[in-house]
Design a protein around this ligand. Structure first.
Ligand code: DGL
Length: 273
């Protein structure tokens, strides 16, 4: 038993897809979700900047004595986590391994697509990790820099010509490749799942990196006896930019009003009020 909270962070609203799945699986857990809306999008930043953001985000949880920090962001998990993880004692869980494991267990023809931010795709981590498990896997990647800003602006609905046009162009990369599995290697992208499914067709299995990581966290907590004793947990949201606009957009994405606490956060080194 461990009644401490779980810490989760992302640059923006994408982390909500992970928090939502965690809440379904672990309703008794208290969660603290840090959303660095003051610096979103992370995806086009340099490795040095991402390392700095990663440290600031993880350090934020020091004062809460959390039992683990979940990096609900592929960009930080891919480009920065390796540089900082050994500086911390607490368990820190990124989203890449669970996504890779699900993709390699789902693919039948060993042809896997990956979409993500520029930093995630340029890191090459998905290709490396997939081929470490299936050496002859063919991995096709596509960086999609416009998707996070569009999602942050609420352009997620089917029939929205802007998001549909942009997605069609990005996903045309996979035409003729024969992929049977596509990793949504950005936690914002499950918010676009319906549109991606329509474009890719029913034969391509979509891997939601945040969702499968939530499932991994459940198993890990079970194995290590880390569940809280409580039946009903709380979520506290800490936001580095405007709290009201976060509350409104997040409620739209979750399909229900955020009744939990939304607080203003300030991270060491930036966003100081
Ligand atoms: N959700 C983040 C990810 O998974 C988005 C990164 C960004 O802010 O560009 O990569």
């Amino acid at each position: 038993m461990d009644n401490r909270s779980i810490g989760i962070f992302d640059s923006g609203l994408g982390g909500l897809t992970t928090v939502k799945r965690l809440k379904e699986l672990l309703p008794g857990e208290n969660m603290i979700f840090l959303v660095d809306t003051g610096s979103v999008p992370y995806g086009g930043r340099s490795t040095q900047t991402l390392i700095k953001y990663a440290r600031e985000d993880i350090d934020f949880f020091n004062k809460f004595n959390v039992k683990a920090v979940i990096v609900a962001c592929n960009t930080v998990s891919a480009a920065a986590l390796n540089y900082v993880i050994n500086d911390y004692d607490m368990p820190i869980i990124g989203v890449i391994d669970a996504a890779v494991n699900r993709a390699v267990s789902e693919t039948k023809n060993k042809k896997i697509g990956v979409i993500g931010t520029v930093a995630t795709i340029n890191s090459g981590i998905y290709i490396k990790k997939i081929q470490a498990i299936i050496p002859d896997a063919q991995v096709f990647t596509c960086a999609c820099p416009l998707l996070v800003p569009l999602v942050e602006n609420g352009r997620i609905k089917k029939g929205d010509i802007v998001i549909e046009t942009v997605l069609k162009e990005y996903l045309s990369t996979f035409k003729g490749t024969g992929i049977d599995t596509l990793i949504l290697a950005c936690t914002h992208y499950p918010l676009l799942k319906d549109i991606i499914e329509d474009i890719m067709g029913p034969d391509v299995f979509l891997v939601d990196s945040g969702g499968v990581t939530a499932e991994y966290v459940f198993d890990w907590m079970e194995k290590n006896d880390l569940f809280s004793q409580s039946a009903q947990g709380n979520i506290d949201y800490f936001v580095t930019d405007d709290t009201e606009s976060f509350r409104n957009t997040a409620s739209l994405f979750l399909g229900s009003d955020i009744t939990e606490n939304v607080h203003q956060a300030s991270l060491s080194g930036k966003n100081e009020a």
